[in-house]
Design a protein around this ligand. Structure first.
Ligand SMILES: [Fe+2]
Ligand SMILES: [Fe+2]
Length: 388
């Protein structure tokens, strides 16, 4: 699940439209010791961002989130499911203790033979994205006013983050086990990609700011709902109903998470419409980067762009989806009918409410200019080539 928007501006981020951010120059520390010289690749993340903006939310706004703790208890935690009512990966996989295990695995592998390579590239990319979950829990805990201060904090915000992560953890587990059993993919290359990705983290320019952070997660949960939903739809087209059920079940979780995050932002629009709108504008001007944008497998420097291009071509996640999500959120938060805004707020309203049509026009122009697309090898499928 990804979109092939270039990572423009990562080196020189635009100043946020409110608050007084701190900008830190972050230098990559590369070891120059003798030992590092003897190791082919020193242990540094493969992707680095050298200029990072932090703490852009004015400190007094932290109080808003503290005051919303009880509200979150009643309105956000209800979107979590009790463990006893949750599905588990094992519900969808061959039972290893049963006599029919090998037979079930063989059936799974027979069904997987019908799925094309480009489909597997997208599914692997989705699975790797889900498997970088430690990064996303870390991300939520960067947000001022809502972070889990102890690791076991009893604030509603912290409980949400832990329980949300616990639910999400099943997604990567299930897709990983399915792909392992399918026999169609190079598991070691995939595992290396996951390790590289978690080591790199993510930088989506939310600046420790929960306004920006929850707009990001609202967008992102809907993006994953759409991409897993499309992976389910295509599995059905290729005759694998069981895989369709797996992807569809994950998509339903993402939808539930989207409901929670959009409700938080809806509340921000209610109590601080200007602040929420400026944050929405800020995130959309920066573009919503996908959480796995630092993806790397040790070979392909443009792996994320290549994976995104395949996802776009086969209809897993497209520029149209990006514009549709934006329109959905505008409607969800009634952005076009907000009144009593500051001048900056009115500019932001005009910008976000007209952005989707501009994205669609750009997409049409790009399609009319589309040239012959190359094929590239993906290490995840034993270097077999897939058209972008
Ligand atoms: Fe997920
Ligand atoms: Fe999710």
């Amino acid at each position: 699940m990804a979109l092939n928007f270039p990572l423009i501006g990562l080196q020189s981020p635009k100043l946020p439209s409110f608050g007084s951010p701190r900008i830190s120059m972050v230098s990559a520390v590369r070891s120059t010791t003798k030992m590092a010289d003897t190791i082919k690749k020193p242990l540094i993340p493969p992707r680095e961002v050298h200029i990072q903006v932090t703490h852009s939310m004015p400190p007094e706004k932290v109080e808003i989130f503290k005051s919303l703790n009880d509200w979150a208890d009643k309105n956000i935690l209800v979107h979590l499911k009790q463990v006893l009512r949750c599905w588990q990966p094992q519900d969808f996989l061959p039972e290893p203790s049963s006599d029919g295990f090998i037979e079930e695995v063989n059936e799974l592998r027979e069904r997987a033979k019908e799925l094309p390579d480009d489909y597997f590239v997208c599914m692997v990319g989705d699975m790797i994205t889900e498997e970088a979950l430690p990064t996303y829990q870390t991300f939520l805990n960067t947000l001022d006013g809502v972070r889990d201060e102890t690791g076991a904090s009893l604030t509603s915000w912290a409980i949400w983050t832990r329980e949300w992560a616990a639910e999400e953890n099943r997604h990567g587990d299930l897709l990983n086990k399915y792909l392992y059993l399918s026999g169609r993919v190079d598991m070691k290359q995939i595992e290396k990609t996951i390790q590289y990705l978690i080591g790199s983290g993510m930088y989506v320019r939310t600046e420790n700011n929960p306004y920006l952070g929850f707009i990001y997660t609202s967008f992102q949960e809907r993006a994953t709902f759409i991409s897993h939903g499309n992976t389910a739809r295509l599995a059905k087209v290729h005759g694998d109903v069981k895989l369709a059920q797996i992807c569809g079940t994950i998509a339903a979780d993402e939808k539930r998470h989207e409901m929670a995050y959009t409700k938080i932002v809806e509340k921000l629009f209610e109590i601080d419409p200007d602040g929420a709108l400026l944050a929405f504008e800020d995130m959309m001007r920066k573009k919503i980067l996908m959480p796995a944008h630092f993806m790397y497998d040790g070979h392909d420097e443009n792996l994320f762009e290549h994976f995104s291009a395949v996802a776009q071509r086969i209809g897993i996640y497209t520029a149209k989806d990006y514009a549709d999500i934006l329109e959905h959120l505008i409607k969800r938060w009634k952005v076009d009918s907000l009144t009593g805004l500051s001048e900056g707020g009115r500019i932001a309203q005009e910008y976000v409410c007209t952005l989707a049509s501009r994205i669609r026009k750009l997409k049409e122009r790009a399609q009319s200019r589309a040239k012959q697309v190359p094929e590239v090898p993906f290490s995840w499928i034993f270097d077999r080539k897939v058209r972008l």
